[in-house]
Design a protein around this ligand. Sequence first.
Ligand code: BES
Ligand code: ZN
Length: 460
Amino acid sequence: MTLVPMQDVLAFIDAHRQRFVDELAEWTRIPAISSDPAHAGDMVKNAEHLIGLVKKLGATKTELWPTPGHPAVFAEWMDAPGKPTLLIYGHHDVQPIDPLNEWISPPFEPAVRDGRMWGRGVVDDKGQVLIHVKAIESFIATHKKLPINVKLIVEGEEEIGSANLDELMRQKKKELAADFVCVSDTAMFGRGIPSLCVGLRGLMYIEVHVEGPAQDLHSGSFGGGIMNPVNALAKMIARLHDDEGKITVPGFYDKVVALTEPERAEIKSLPFDEEEWRKSTGAPAVFGEKGYSTLERVWTRPTLDCNGFSGGFSGEGSKTIIPARAMAKISCRLVPHQEPEEIADLVTRYFEKIAPPGVKVRIVRLHGGRPYLAPTDHPVFEVAKRAFSKAFGKPTVFIREGGSIPFVRTIADVTGKPCLLMGFGQPDENAHAPNEWIDLENFHLGIKSAAHLYDELARL
Ligand code: BES
Ligand code: ZN
């Protein structure tokens, strides 16, 4: 097959810019919150909506893949014989919307202000999935065919830990076979800076339940007589770090490999404004493990955080009780060679060891995902850089990110193929928070970047 002239494709993307934005708004209206069982029906509607979009684009196969949880969408365009096959991954589920009263416009009534679209899921990850769908459309509309073979998998459980994905990938190993993988679910380093993400952290998530008396007790009659589970758990959490931000769980750092000098130099070379970054968080100061820069800590060092804490009375006014129980949600971001199960074992053992007498500790494992580090010496990374730079008109930088996408490591291991993390978000996009937004210029140039990527891969 001869290569198609890109100017037709790019002109189509320009001509349909507004319609593509409208289509993102329309999909965003479906409240696809995967963590909330009340939205299970919306998850199916959401997947079917996407199927409807790809069905119009001449896919050689479109399927809804059911799982014990929410369905995934699969589509493929396999009519470029002799050309490489690119597997594109994204997720169609979104995060919960609380606290709802902090949204300037309602999360599922997308609004455009300041060149951005605001709404839950616009950037994480519906907008970024749509970037690829619209790039595909732009080739099909102008040339009836894609320059490479493309497979698209869009799962519905990424935001809740991708629990059913490994099994699905085992079942669909043949369907998912590809030469390269591309995931668009990360952010760019800054405005207008095309950024290929080459490292993601993994995740290990548990709940720690601390149980004391059989029920809440009068703190006058019983206070001082038995251990208070909230006191006990607070003290245990306080023992997870030392004063310099190091995690104190024995063995936690055993498999962590030190950054090399070139790796540190590459991170240092990025134009990172720490004060700007701090301001964007609203926190009064940055803090973290001693001996590492902020970017190093967020991208390359493991963490252990308490994500939530409950127990006792937290209503209006006061109530004098010794609570019966306390619970903490604890998660660790993991770096290469740290395995979620092993870290869960270490943290469990530590909690059991430091539990004071008078309470029982019970650990519930929620989910995990493994970290990813890309083989950046593979030539496809230069190809992706070129494609990204063509669209944005600037050199592409390599970055890492502190977030997790469990699929990435699994697919890299299963297929042995490199994964391109070509993300079009912005660091302050408010993902998972109120007022999530996507920069509509990034959305537009993202479609062009994806189109260039397919074209460049066809030339390989
Ligand atoms: N888009 C994010 C992943 C991400 C976050 C990349 C921050 C880069 C920076 C993704 O949708 C996400 O939120 N993943 C979860 C995964 C978890 C539930 C296993 C995460 O990182 O918390
Ligand atoms: Zn997310």
